[in-house]
Design a protein around this ligand. Structure first.
Ligand code: ZN
Length: 489
C-alpha cells in the first residue's frame, strides 16, 4: 500500500501507524445504541464517524468485519449498577413488552441510519441474543478469582484485578481517586468495593427481562455484552474498538478488565473515540429541555429549529469537524453546512459537462494526494473537505473559462470527487433530479389535475391528458380507488 494510515489510539494517547493484526482483515467493534428512545445527534455522530472509518478502510482494500451491537437488556438507569433497566422502564410506562420497545426503536434507529447514508455493519448482534456467551464469560471470570457472587448477583473485583493490572489506563482514572470519590451507599450495596461492577444481577420479582443462570434468575451487567460479543465475532484479539467518549468510563474500562481477565491478554489494538456534540454550548439532555431527535431535524418540527435540515446536511455538518473535536450545534452552523453541501453538489453536477483543453492550470494529481494525506492522518474529514472545496473552485473556474484542464486531469478530478465525496464521506445528492421517487410524484400531480378536470366536467382536458400520456406509452386505468398508471407493453 502506498499510503500509511495513522490513527489516534486513546489507549496510548498518541497517533500510531495502522497495522492490522491479520492484514488485510480488520476487525472493528463499535458500541451501538441502547434502544429505548428516538435517535438524536448523539447517535448520529458515532454512527457517521465509524461509517467513514469503515468506508475508508474498505476503500484502502482492507476486508473489514464491522460489528455494532444493539443493547436491548442490562443498561440500567445509572452507572453504579442501580435503578431500573432503561428498556424495561420504557416498556412499563408504555405498557408494552420490553422486546416490542427494543424492536420499535431498533427499527427507528435503522431508518435514521439509512437516511444518514450509513452503511450497515457486517454483524449487528443483540445483547439478549448472547446470554449464554455472557454466562460463560462470567464463569471464567469467577474461575480466575476476579468475580464473586453475593446473593445471586455476581460482581467484578476491581481491587483484586488492579493488583496485577492497571484499572483506569484507558480513561486515565486513578483507582484511589475513584475509591475516595465514591460514596459508599450506607453499607446497602452488596459490592465489596464501590468501584466493583455487576457482571450478573439477580432480578427483582417485578423485573420482566430475566434468564436462568447458575447464580439466579437475572440479567447480565451492561459492560459484559460488548466483551462477550466482540470476542465471539472478532476473536480474543482484534484491531479497532470504537464508541463515543462518554463510554470511556466506566463502560470501556470495564470491558478491558473483563476481556483481560477472561483471555489473559489485551483484546483491542486501537481504541478510537469520537467526541461529543453540544447544543448551543450545552450538553444535550431530555432534562435540559434541549433534546432534538433526528426526525425533528429532518421535519424541522422542534422549537429550537428555525427550519428543517436534510439528512445529508446533518451528515456534512458532522463531517466538517474532526471526530475527536467537540462539535456545537446551532441553526447558524447547520445553515452554513447546508450552503457548503449545496456548493459541493452543484460543482459535481457542473463537472459532468466541463470541457477539457490542451493544458491544465491546476495540479490535480497533487490535489488527490492531499485528499489521501488528510484521510490518512486519523481520518481528518474537515481537511479533506477543504481540499474538495479547492476542487470546487477549479471546477467553477474552468466552467467560467478562467482556467483550463486537460482531458486526463478532468477524468482524475471526476474520480477524486466520486472517491472522496461519494464513496468515502458517503455524501449523496439529495436534489429531486436524483430522487428515485420523482416519476411517481410527478404522475400523482398529473393524475390529480386530470381528476380535477373530470370533476369540472372538462372532458376535453381530461381526455387530452390521457391521450398525451398514451403517446409516451403511459396508460391510465380508472379504478374505484382512483386512477392508476402503468407502462404500456
Ligand atoms: Zn459497548
Amino acid at each position: 500500500m502506498d499510503h500509511q494510515l495513522v490513527v489516534y489510539n486513546t489507549l496510548s494517547r498518541k497517533k500510531e501507524n495502522f497495522e492490522p493484526i491479520n492484514s488485510p482483515f480488520v476487525g472493528m467493534y463499535v458500541c451501538g445504541p441502547t434502544v429505548y428512545g428516538d435517535g438524536h445527534l448523539g447517535h448520529a455522530r458515532p454512527a457517521i464517524t465509524f461509517d467513514i472509518i469503515f468506508r475508508y478502510l474498505q476503500f484502502l482494500d482492507y476486508k473489514v468485519r464491522y460489528v455494532r451491537n444493539i443493547t436491548d437488556v442490562g443498561h440500567l438507569e445509572n452507572d453504579a449498577d442501580e435503578g431500573e433497566d432503561k428498556i424495561s422502564k420504557k416498556a412499563r410506562l408504555d405498557q408494552l413488552e420490553p422486546m416490542e420497545i427494543a424492536q420499535y426503536y431498533s427499527d427507528r434507529y435503522h431508518e435514521n441510519m439509512d437516511q444518514l447514508n450509513c452503511l450497515k455493519p457486517s454483524i449487528e448482534p443483540r445483547a439478549s441474543g448472547h446470554i449464554i456467551e455472557q454466562i460463560e464469560m462470567i464463569k471464567k471470570i469467577i474461575e480466575v478469582g476476579l468475580g464473586y457472587e453475593v446473593d445471586g448477583s455476581v460482581y467484578f473485583d476491581v481491587i483484586k484485578y488492579s493488583k496485577t493490572h492497571e484499572y483506569g489506563k484507558l480513561s486515565g482514572r486513578v483507582l484511589e481517586d475513584l475509591l475516595s470519590n465514591t460514596r459508599d451507599l450506607d453499607g446497602q450495596s452488596e459490592k465489596r468495593n464501590p468501584t466493583d461492577f455487576a457482571l450478573w444481577k439477580k432480578a427483582q420479582p417485578e423485573h420482566i427481562m430475566r434468564w436462568p443462570s447458575p447464580w439466579s434468575d437475572g440479567f447480565p451487567g451492561w459492560h459484559l455484552e460488548c466483551s462477550a460479543m466482540s470476542t465471539k465475532y472478532l476473536g480474543e484479539q482484534f484491531d479497532i474498538h470504537g464508541g463515543g467518549m462518554d463510554l470511556l468510563f466506566p463502560h470501556h474500562e470495564c470491558e478491558i478488565a473483563q476481556s483481560t481477565a477472561c483471555n489473559g491478554k489485551e483484546s483491542v489494538k486501537y481504541w478510537l473515540h469520537n467526541n461529543m456534540i453540544t447544543i448551543n454550548g450545552q450538553k444535550m439532555g431530555k432534562s435540559l429541555g434541549n433534546f432534538i431527535t433526528l426526525s425533528d431535524f429532518f421535519s424541522g418540527e422542534n422549537k429550537l429549529l428555525e427550519q428543517a435540515y436534510s439528512p445529508m446536511t446533518i451528515r456534512f455538518f458532522i463531517l466538517q469537524a474532526h471526530y475527536r473535536s467537540t462539535l456545537d450545534f446551532s441553526n447558524e452552523a447547520l445553515q452554513s453546512a447546508e450552503k457548503g453541501l449545496k456548493r459541493l453538489m452543484t460543482a459535481m453536477d457542473t463537472i459532468v459537462n466541463l470541457k477539457s483543453s490542451e493544458t491544465s492550470t491546476s495540479n490535480i494529481k497533487e490535489l488527490e494526494k492531499k485528499c489521501y494525506d488528510a484521510m490518512n492522518d486519523d481520518f481528518n474529514s474537515p481537511i479533506l473537505i477543504a481540499h474538495l472545496f479547492e476542487g470546487v473552485r477549479i471546477i467553477n473556474s474552468v466552467n467560467d473559462g478562467k482556467e483550463s484542464i486537460t482531458a486526463e486531469d478532468l477524468t482524475l478530478l471526476k474520480k477524486l470527487f466520486n472517491d472522496f465525496a461519494i464513496s468515502i464521506l458517503g455524501l449523496k445528492n439529495e436534489s429531486l433530479k436524483n430522487n428515485n421517487d420523482l416519476p411517481d410524484k410527478l404522475m400523482e400531480v398529473i393524475l390529480n389535475l386530470r381528476q380535477t378536470a373530470k370533476t369540472n366536467k372538462d372532458y376535453a382536458t381530461s381526455d387530452k391528458i390521457r391521450d398525451e400520456l398514451k403517446n409516451i406509452n403511459i396508460v391510465i386505468k380508472d379504478t374505484k380507488d382512483g386512477a392508476v398508471w402503468s407502462e404500456e407493453n
